[in-house]
Ligand binder design. Structure first.
Ligand code: ZN
Length: 221
């Protein structure tokens, strides 16, 4: 996959017109009062430690077959609403065989470590998985982001707090995301993700989110 330089001014302004970023919890009506009242540094109650890195390392250079079979080569668009920052993003990140660097920068920003603001390059393969999921779920609704990138500092902190957080979590590589949706239940999302056989799928029913990553195919609950 080629990466296109983001310097084309026309394309840039057009893409900017296609999405909006808003700040503040008030912008997200779906926040519960409990969630909105939590400080960013406090983890969600009941969030279980993750074991996503337990199964090894992704094979370099491999690309799941379903990407070519099921995804548009024209335009791929992703939409996020962050559960902690309230930020929203709806942006095409891929057009005509090219990943759009400026779109990726905006995605990196909204998926940043919300505890310390650190960013990390997001793996486009992970975005492709999300696009394929949305396609199969038959919705254009945004993914609610519970956790995107996790800095080494935050990962260490979580590991010390709860234990069991993977030392080399894919969250630390920009390859993992914890999500839910406004209009699809998490169990349905899980079934669709498992069917894709595209990467890691972790189901956290009690906390009502799904872990998705672009590592090797595996699953856990
Ligand atoms: Zn996760």
């Amino acid at each position: 996959m080629q990466v296109r330089d983001g310097g084309r001014r026309q394309g840039l302004s057009r893409r900017r017109a296609l999405h909006v970023i808003t700040g503040g919890l008030a912008a997200t009506a779906s926040f519960s009062a409990v969630e909105a009242g939590k400080a960013l540094a406090v983890p969600l109650p009941g969030v279980k430690p993750e074991l996503e890195a337990a199964s090894g390392v992704p094979l370099p250079g491999t690309k799941p077959q379903w990407v070519d079979e099921g995804l548009s080569r024209e335009v791929r668009t992703i939409a996020f609403e962050h559960q902690w920052t309230g930020e929203k993003l709806n942006v095409p990140y891929y057009e005509h065989g090219h990943v759009l660097i400026d779109a990726l920068a905006e995605i990196d920003h909204i998926l940043r470590d919300s505890r310390n603001g650190q960013t990390h390059p997001t793996d486009p393969a992970m975005l492709d998985i999300l696009v394929a999921m949305r396609q199969r779920l038959g919705t254009d609704a945004p993914f609610y982001v519970v956790c995107g990138y996790r800095s080494p500092e935050t990962n260490e902190m979580l590991a010390e707090q709860g234990g069991g957080v993977a030392k080399n979590s894919y969250h630390m590589a920009g390859k993992a995301i914890d999500i839910r949706m406004p209009n699809r239940d998490t169990a349905t999302m899980r079934a669709v993700a498992l069917d894709l056989q595209a990467g890691g799928v972790g189901y956290y029913g009690r906390s009502n989110f799904l872990h998705i990553d672009s590592g090797p195919v595996r699953s856990w609950t």
